[in-house]
Design a protein around this ligand. Structure first.
Ligand SMILES: [Zn+2]
Length: 130
């Protein structure tokens, strides 16, 4: 077994992804970010200025945030609103209209392209290209 693990090819693909669709939690599959709020922050991380709404409670965002005081600095951690897996961090230097920058680990997200007219999901029919 090789001890080192190469960066999965889709990490870069996700970063440069300009397709329309939805980014969802790689752990539980809940929709988190829309491609329409993705922007190029130049950070090397997939970045979003807004988050999708919770499917069940529409006034809530699909993510949870929590203060992270590790490493002697205060950052705001972004967690999946459903399974609480770590997604990344959110900063206050993003573009309008929110002014937020969700800086998300590519490994925490998976992407499903918007093919149009995929009304009711049920679709974990994505190719598993791990
Ligand atoms: Zn999740």
């Amino acid at each position: 077994m090789p001890a080192t693990k190469a960066v999965p090819a889709w990490t870069g693909a996700l970063l440069d992804n300009k397709k329309k669709g939805v980014y969802y939690c790689s752990c539980c599959g809940v929709d988190l970010f829309s491609s329409s709020s993705k922007f190029d922050s130049g950070s090397g991380w997939p970045s979003f200025y807004d988050v999708m709404k919770d499917k069940d409670v529409s006034r809530l965002p699909a993510v949870d945030i929590k203060q992270d005081r590790s490493y002697g600095m205060t950052r705001t951690e972004v967690l999946c609103g459903k399974c609480s897996s770590h997604l990344g961090h959110v900063f206050n230097d993003g573009p309008q209209p929110t002014g937020l920058r969700y800086c998300i680990n590519s490994v925490s997200l998976k992407f499903k392209a918007d093919k149009g007219g995929t009304s009711n999901g049920g679709g974990n029919n994505n190719k598993n290209n791990l």
